[in-house]
Write a new protein. Sequence first.
Lengths: 205, 246
Amino acid sequence: MTDRFVTRGFEGRGRAPGSANRIPPGQHEIKDFPVLSAGPTPHTPLEKWTFAIEGLVDQPVSWTWSEFLDLPAQEFIVDISCVTKWTHLDMRWYGVSVDLLLEHVRLDPKAAFAIAFGDGGYTTNLPIPDLVNGQAFVAYRYDGQPLSAPHGGPARMVVPHLYFWKSAKWVRGIRFVERDKPGFWESLGYNNHGDPWKEERYSGE
Amino acid sequence: MRAPLAWQIATVTAIRQETATVRSFTFAVPDWQRHLAGQHYDVRLTAPDGYQAQRSYSIASEPMRTGEIDLTIERIEGGEVSSYFHDVATVGDRIEIRGPIGGYFVWEAAIGGPLLLVAGGSGVVPLMSMLRHRTGAGDHIPTALLFSSRRRDEVIYFDELESLRDADPTLRVFHTLTREQPPGWSGYGRRIDRSMLFDVLAAIGRQPRVFICGPTLLVEAAAEGLVGLAVDPAQIRTERFGPTGV
């Protein structure tokens, strides 16, 4: 890459040899867990919390908090990349895989996209192939503790192979639709898909 | 037509020391686009071996300043990009940037007010762009800034905020110093809390448009305090930075 621009006097901290190939381009590894939210943190009482699968399904389904806790859950250890440039390796979550949730409904063949929605009006859109086959889960514990409200508790989506804004905080359900519809950040200049390895940060890249 | 948000090479034309750990850099931007106050730029540094580091920095300058932008950058301990700016970068250096970026944490005079800005430390930077934009464009809009810093000599833009306030009866500026207050200090001397927010709301009205930027705990406290004082959550926009163990 002889034509690459080089910044005068910048050497870089260099990369830890073991993790370099796990850090997507333009990202850097951190060990803490920043909070990023567009507004105040919602606090929905657990007795009023539900999680719904709706839209293009044969029969919508909804779980209360205690029903949701009764669903088979498992630990997920995944790497998370936020579009604000941080990557945190080996984050330890506990929750229910989307595959398992989808066993409770039959998707209409016309369904092609999913809208994850949460308290506070947040939405994010995903193609169905990005949600299934072990790629996404609804987490309610992080690092051995109940997921805190600033991090999206009581429960958030986690879609580790996409930038973290695709992992809807305070998630209350998934709506299946035929046609794609940009969600909150996707309508405000951020990429519609958000693959960190392709650096799909902003619209049109 | 160029692709949106293409990288371009900007030139550092001025550096201003704001506090011991904060500097403002003026960049001449060849393919300059007018930004909205509150937006940011991405900065990319490239080492000779091809290693690259990227960070996002809020724009401090007002959108009317054609052809250039100011980024105010705080030195982060161990931060490879902020240390570069504080230890290496000089006037004349060429830096890759792209922007402006962000469409939610933004304000322009046409959006109106009253406006409540709450800042912690370098979280004041995007809010300063709003205040600078407001001067001239919307200085009839009642506005309050509540600005939390640790010590008096860590208050970014202190003198400019004083002169903005002196020149404009519709702008109120409230400072709080959380660690140490100089003798004769007339501002607050504690972390942002509900009674402080109550005072500020009393000065500009109870249903302002709110922008809060700062460390996570400050943003949480301010946002929850305002919701507790019956400010509409939909009118509160936040931007958070800094580590948290929560």
